[in-house]
Write a protein that binds this ligand. Structure first.
Ligand code: NAD
Length: 244
């Protein structure tokens, strides 16, 4: 049962901004970053693999990590949390879905115009030229750029790199102009995405936080923790806000 302070603004909202993180894909079987380094990868920290320095030092190692994650992606499906956000898009006049995830599961679920703040591991670009490459073989060895012959890298934002400016601009505009902000499955630690809910809250929009734990999340007036898994809480929220 959700309180009226959550349901009423959602039903009345003209513009909703949603920010998702690794937690929404956890129920699809994709580990969150802190859980991702298991098995062969347990001796690494994300910072050892997800930086330009790591790639320059050992491109084969970093490529292998991303290739394994891409292969895993082919075996998983979007879950009820992803699908509930597709349904929400059909309920409100304007919804901007901003994600820190690099797995493409929102688009696979049917969400449109997803703002990918951290890129997508199914795409690549040239490490030296920083330009996208459309056709490439997903080989075990690092493929070479068809133009310069240098190594190709995943098209993601690594630690210490800038976010794509256009995506960040869209995200900030959506957060600053929304009537309700929904934060789902993110620890809200990685800037600048972590500041987005507070852009909304500073303008008086309620912030709904869907996460199994309130640990590490901000609390205060206008901030509503909806404790639980995204795949359970989001469909329930939709059902209660718009009963058939
Ligand atoms: P994070 O790993 O820091 O935090 C995940 C959050 O999800 C935690 O707060 C956790 O309590 C919560 N969570 C776990 N299970 C959940 C569930 N079933 N429903 C709702 N919430 C749940 O992730 P982050 O905040 O996204 O930041 C880490 C970085 O890791 C991001 O930049 C992201 O790009 C990257 N990453 C992406 C993927 C992916 O694309 N699926 C996976 C791992 C890491």
């Amino acid at each position: 049962m959700f309180p009226d302070s959550v349901l009423a603004p959602l039903r009345a909202a003209r513009r909703v901004a949603v920010l998702t993180g690794a937690g929404i894909s956890a129920e699809s079987g994709i580990p969150t970053f802190r859980d991702a380094l298991t098995g062969l990868w347990a001796r690494f920290r994300p910072e050892d693999l997800a930086t330009p320095e790591a790639f320059a030092r050992d491109p084969a190692l970093v490529w292998r990590w991303y290739r394994e994650r891409r292969q895993r992606l082919r075996t998983v499906e979007p879950n009820p949390g992803h699908r509930a956000l597709v349904a929400l898009e059909g309920r409100v006049p304007e919804l901007t879905l901003i994600t820190q995830n690099v797995d493409g599961l929102h688009a696979r679920a049917g969400s449109r115009g997803v703002v990918e703040l951290h890129g997508n591991i199914t795409r690549v670009r040239c490490f030296a030229e920083d330009t996208p490459v459309e056709e490439w073989p997903d080989t075990e060895a690092v493929p070479a750029c068809p133009r310069c012959g240098g190594p190709l890298r995943p098209d993601v934002v690594w630690f210490g790199e800038m976010l794509p400016p256009a995506a960040l601009e869209r995200a900030r505009a959506a957060a600053g102009g929304c009537d309700v902000f929904l934060s789902v499955g993110t620890s809200n630690l990685v800037e600048p995405a972590a500041s987005l809910p507070w852009l909304a809250s500073a303008r008086g929009a309620p912030v709904l936080i869907v996460n199994p734990t309130a640990d590490g999340q901000r609390a205060g007036p206008g901030i509503h923790p909806l404790l639980g898994k995204a795949g359970v809480v989001l469909p329930a929220l939709l059902r209660e806000a718009w009963p058939e």
